[in-house]
Design a protein around this ligand. Structure first.
Ligand code: HXC
Length: 257
């Protein structure tokens, strides 16, 4: 499938989606959203794919929502079309998605990275929510997901001043899972995704659901949710296989059922 703003490849059981609007530092316009929605749907429909890596270019993961596309909107335009609500579907991807971030991840770019399950950043990555400098505020989840990721103090600092933070600060703050040299970014992200894709799919999907539940639920509800999912995995063939393989000192052959 040929896209105007994306390059999509498969690497074994991993889908690699690259944002590709170099002339605009991968600014997220409505074409990017429509194509990303389509690409995710195709990768989710493909049983051979177990995980996804979302990346940009060396210079920019994405420099934000497309300012030129939204500059002339008025309130009624934004409200009636429920501007940016389409991105909620991207955040709901069921298969694990790793963001591989190099260069700028600003505004909607930072928000898109935070919609992924975890972020692997190159040493050159820069994260920020500069919307305040444009006279607006984050509109794709930044005030909520960033605050959950890094806590109120740093989220306020970033959202109110619009300053950028580098990869080291982002890792210290808990926004980023790992920081790697720029030339290793894609290899590292693809290797992590390949590892995930090699594991039992039902347990991977449930592990993702369980961790995500921690963002929404009380501790008691979250613990109950986790326990029920955990119990349900004893109904899978892969649980029998995974545990038998451990006891028999061999590699498991998961059937994803
Ligand atoms: C549209 C963008 C863009 C964006 C960059 N470009 N970011 N176009 N929307 N978000 C375009 C530039 O206009 C320019 O096009 C080309 O990409 C290269 O960018 P430069 O600015 O020349 O590059 P550089 O000098 O290296 O500076 C990089 C940068 C800067 C620091 C990342 O581009 C920048 O500050 N971008 C905007 C970042 C931002 O404010 N993001 C938040 C957007 S609002 P031309 O045609 O001139 O060559 C958002 C959420 C909105 O994301 C939610 C609230 C409603």
């Amino acid at each position: 499938m040929a896209y105007e703003t994306l390059i999509v490849e498969t690497h074994g059981a991993v889908g690699l989606v690259r944002l590709n609007r170099p002339q605009a530092l991968n600014a997220l316009n409505s074409t990017v959203l429509a194509e990303l929605t389509q690409a995710y749907a195709a990768l989710h429909a493909d049983d051979a794919i177990g995980a996804i890596v979302l990346t940009g270019s060396e210079k920019a993961f994405a420099a934000g929502a497309d300012i030129k596309e939204m500059q002339s909107l008025d309130f009624i335009d934004a409200y009636r079309r429920d501007l940016f609500s389409g991105w909620d579907e991207i955040a709901k991807a069921r298969k694990p998605v790793i963001a591989a971030v190099s260069g700028f991840a600003l505004g909607g770019g930072c928000e898109l990275a935070m919609m992924c399950d975890f972020i692997i950043a190159s040493e050159t990555a820069k994260f920020g929510q500069p919307e305040i400098t444009l006279g607006v505020i984050p509109g794709m989840g930044g005030s909520q997901r960033l605050t959950r990721a890094v806590g109120k103090a740093k989220a306020m600092d970033l959202v109110l001043t619009g300053r950028m933070m580098d990869a080291a600060e982002a890792e210290r703050a808990g926004l980023v899972a790992r920081v790697v040299p720029a030339d290793k970014l894609l290899d590292e992200a693809l290797a992590a995704a390949a590892k995930i894709a090699s594991l039992s799919r039902p347990s991977v999907l449930m592990a993702k659901e369980a961790v995500n539940r921690a963002q929404e639920a009380t501790l008691e509800e979250g613990l109950r949710f986790e326990r029920r999912l955990f119990h349900s995995l004893f109904a899978t063939e892969d649980q029998k296989e995974g545990m038998a393989a451990f006891v028999e000192k061999r590699k498991p052959a998961f059937k994803n059922r």
